[in-house]
Write a protein that binds this ligand. Structure first.
Ligand SMILES: [NH3+]CCCOc1cc(-c2cn[nH]c2)ccc1C(=O)Nc1ccccc1
Length: 315
C-alpha cells in the first residue's frame, strides 16, 4: 500500500511553488493553515539522500537548538517512511549571492549592515558551541525586512570537547575554506568560520572572490596565505570598520531565547486548543518541533510584524 508521505504535511500546510533547490533537497513555498503565515518547506527523499542522511540529522539537531534573529528558524520537522520535511522561516529576498550579483557589488554602508548581521549570527552559533563550516553568500537568505538569515547547518560541528577542540573533516566550499582546513591540518571550527567571513566580506565589497581559480589545486595555492594573526570574534564585534556610523558593538545575543515564552501567544494557543495556559506553556517549552512548536513560533512571528496574535478558526 503506497504510504501517503504528504498526508500529515498537507493537514497543516498548503503547498505552493518550488522556490529553491540545493543538492539533495527541494524547497517549496507553503502557507501554514492555522496562522496564514508563509513558510519554506525543505523536502528530502530519504532514499536519494543516501550518505547525506547524517548531514540532515546534523542540521535538524543543530537548528533545534539555534533560535536567533539572523538564523533561519526551524518551525516543524515531519518524518515519514520515505521523506523528511523541514518547515523553515520564509525568506522572500532569496540568496545574498544573487543580491550581490544583481548589484555588481555593495556600497560600504550596505555591506556593513549585512556584515554586522553575519557577525551577530556567527558569534551566536559559536556561543552555543557550534561552528557552521560552510559560510558563503549562497547560505545567507534575505527575509521580508531585508535582514539576513543563515541557512544550511548540514556541515556544522558541535565538538564534544567544546569549540577549541580540533576538527579534522575537510568540508565547506574551497573558495571560502581556511588555509589550515585545505592543508588537511587539525583546525578550530570557529577560526575556520572567521576566515570564511573574511572571504564573505571581500565578496560583499568587491563583487568577486579574493581567491579563485578554475583549477582547485591552483585555488589552494592562492589560499596558502600564511594567516599570521587571525582576528577573534570578540575583536570583530567592535572592529573600527564595523563601528563606523554605529555607537555600539555588534549585538549578537538572541532576541528570542528558547527559555522565553511569549504570554500573548500562549493565551491564544490555550484558548484555541482548550488547555490551561500553564499546560500550554509547558507543552511549548518541550520544543517538540511539531504543530504546537510551529503554531507558537508563527504566532510569535505575526506579533513581531504587528499582525494580530490570532489563529484562524478552521470551519
Ligand atoms: N542555496 C539555498 C537554496 C535554497 O535553500 C534553502 C532555502 C530556504 C528558504 C527559502 N525561503 N525561506 C527559506 C531554506 C533552506 C534552504 C536550504 O537549506 N537549502 C539547502 C541547503 C543545503 C542542501 C540542500 C538545500
Amino acid at each position: 500500500m503506497a504510504v501517503d508521505d504528504y498526508e500529515e504535511l498537507l493537514r497543516h500546510y498548503e503547498l505552493h511553488e518550488t522556490i529553491g533547490t540545493g543538492g539533495f533537497a527541494k524547497v517549496k513555498l507553503a502557507r501554514h493553515r492555522l496562522t496564514g503565515e508563509k513558510v519554506a518547506i525543505k523536502i528530502m527523499d530519504k532514499e536519494s539522500l543516501g550518505d547525506d542522511l547524517p548531514r540532515v540529522k546534523t542540521e535538524i539537531d543543530a537548528m533545534k537548538n539555534l533560535s536567533h534573529q539572523h538564523i533561519c528558524r526551524l518551525y516543524h520537522v515531519i518524518e515519514t517512511p520515505n521523506k523528511i520535511f523541514m518547515i523553515l522561516e520564509y525568506c522572500p529576498g532569496g540568496e545574498l549571492f544573487d543580491y550581490i550579483i544583481a548589484k555588481d557589488r555593495l556600497t560600504e554602508d550596505e555591506a556593513r549592515i549585512f556584515f554586522r548581521q553575519i557577525v551577530s549570527a556567527v558569534t551566536y552559533i559559536h556561543s552555543q558551541g557550534y561552528a557552521h563550516r560552510d559560510l558563503k553568500p549562497e547560505n545567507l537568505l534575505i527575509d521580508e525586512d531585508q535582514n539576513l538569515k543563515l541557512i544550511d547547518f548540514g556541515l556544522c560541528a558541535k565538538p564534544k570537547g567544546g569549540l577549541d577542540y580540533h576538527l579534522m573533516t575537510c568540508c565547506g566550499s574551497p573558495a571560502y575554506a581556511a588555509p589550515e582546513l585545505i592543508q588537511g591540518k587539525a583546525y578550530i571550527g570557529s577560526e575556520a568560520d572567521i576566515w570564511s567571513m573574511g572571504v564573505l566580506m571581500y565578496a560583499l565589497i568587491c563583487g568577486y572572490l579574493p581567491f579563485d581559480d578554475d583549477n582547485v589545486m591552483m585555488l589552494y595555492k592562492k589560499i596558502m596565505v600564511d594567516p599570521k594573526k587571525r582576528i577573534t570574534v570578540k575583536h570583530l564585534l567592535s572592529h573600527p570598520w564595523l563601528m563606523q556610523g554605529y555607537s555600539c558593538p555588534v549585538e549578537w545575543h538572541s532576541k528570542y531565547p528558547l527559555c522565553y515564552i511569549d504570554e500573548d501567544c500562549v493565551t491564544e494557543l490555550s484558548v484555541f486548543f482548550k488547555r490551561s495556559k500553564a499546560s500550554m506553556s509547558r507543552l511549548i517549552s518541550e520544543w517538540n518541533y511539531d504543530q504546537t512548536t510551529a503554531t507558537y513560533l508563527l504566532l510569535q512571528s505575526k506579533k513581531g510584524h504587528g499582525k494580530p496574535v490570532r489563529l484562524k478558526r478552521i470551519p
